[in-house]
Design a protein around this ligand. Sequence first.
Ligand code: ATP
Ligand code: MG
Length: 574
Amino acid sequence: MGQIRILTDELINKIAAGQVVERPASVVKELVENSLDAGATDISVEVEEGGCRLIRVQDNGCGMNGDDALLAFERHATSKVKELCDLDKIATLGFRGEALPSIASVSKVRIVTSDGNPSSGSEILIEGGKIQDVRVAGRGRGTTLEVRGLFYNTAVRRKFLKSRETELSHITGIMTETALAHPGVYFTLKHHDRTLIKSPGVSSILERSVQLLGKDARGNLMELEEGREGLRLFGLISIPGFTKPSGTGLSFFVNRRPVSDRTLRHAVYAAYETLLMKGRHPLVYLFLDVDPALVDVNVHPAKREVRFTDPKRIHDFTRDSVRKTAQGYGRAQEDERPSPWPASERVERVKEAVESYLRTAGEHRFHEERTTGRPAFTGRIQPEPGKPAPAVRALFDKERLVPLGQIADSFIITQDRDGLILIDQHAAHERILYEKFKQVYRLSKIPVQQLLIPVNLELSGKERILLAEHLKTLRRLGIEVEDFGRGTFSVKGVPMWVADMDIQEIVRSLLEEIVALEQGGELDRRMEDIIHVFSCRAAVKANRRLSREEMEALIRDLGETDSPHTCEHGRPTM
Ligand SMILES: Nc1ncnc2c1ncn2[C@@H]1O[C@H](COP(=O)(O)OP(=O)(O)OP(=O)(O)O)[C@@H](O)[C@H]1O
Ligand SMILES: [Mg+2]
């Protein structure tokens, strides 16, 4: 007998499930997309144990009659594509007829559905892909689908599942994305008896983003809307200056389908260009509407990728649209913007500022008397980060450096016998904080200041889950958070020297960093990176006027650090 045989349907479904169903969040995605395709306006998702024990999705969509409900679990059974030519212009989220049989092959499924016809409601029980029972059931129009014990018969997959918090945060991420893309639909997400998302339908993405994203959306995101020859791009992008430490905050949707797409990603970075500091990333939620005939959605097993017929056109349109919006904001906010220039450009700007300072030196000085010597700018500002000019290094003597004034509210001018030295106040403060912090962290002696009025945190659903999971890590960093249950947290104490900073902002960026690092493993060993972020966030920003005492203290403290010449990102402090 030959060696080759045709696989059984059961095995085929399980293999397909391996590609379609990676984790509980993939099940949520497929089921919610089915509900959307069914025209639902109210979709509620309940999960238990991060979706590993139960996922229940209920909708008020078109439902199915008994025959269709049975057929829906057959492989390649779909109501969405009829003919070959349909594949070229898919307007629904689903099109393969694979999701339900795949999910059913690796879990225990119960579906109750009705198309609204009083006699047609039905209930079906399926276990590991095998139909166990089919009954008549009463239900109004719509569908309820329950998935229990995901991967109960697939030990390998089960092993790859992460903690229930991590799985839940993936589910919240998918739900947030989906809810953003469909602002008119009422979405709820519950984990056991905790409601994580409750978003009644609204009329715009901006309103939806305020519902879902909490404080991030207010003030830090701006709306974008551009159209060109059959292409429409809209959504939200972060204002220049509001950036993230990891690149996970870029979400793209093509014809409302969430996708990871390199073309779009590249276009966004190209648009922000010099508005981003090295190592920082924007936050964007961008929706591209394009004629379905110009994009192939059938390229990825989880439908997560698409292929454009003319990627360059899409790229350039996206880049130009994002750039226009971001730079438009930049111009409007010129005065308030924290320095968005990369180091090389900053040098030029500093030169200009110094020259203009020298021309009008009398007006800027706060000294009663002019310091002796020649305040001569010799142009010795090192353009390369991390490599202080030797002359500057040799000359750094905190006793002899006297602050003369501040330019552009961002640089402290000091002078010694050889000329002027400029100190970048943000970079310098960052270095000081970093070293202090590292030292006390190593000794587990972070001085915590109790806040008179605890700060209530305003967080998105995903952030709340992360926070609950990482309370201990934050405590080790000196941030004391109280969990009042039901997603309410308040900060009671913070490390002494950040007490007057935006605590909400600090907690959020720390959470984000913790997650980014955790995904790379070895959280403990990389705690120093977190301390970097902390110092950067807490450091005095550019564009802040300092008093003479503050300048003196900064110079003194900087002199006491191990490497006073650069901040932790390698940006020169002077
Ligand atoms: N919530 C629902 N309400 C109404 N009909 C549904 C619902 N869920 C599934 N169906 C029906 O069951 C069919 C099979 O669903 P399934 O998700 O397996 O495939 P699909 O959505 O067509 O394609 P894909 O595999 O790409 O998701 C759908 O085409 C649809 O007709
Ligand atoms: Mg589907």
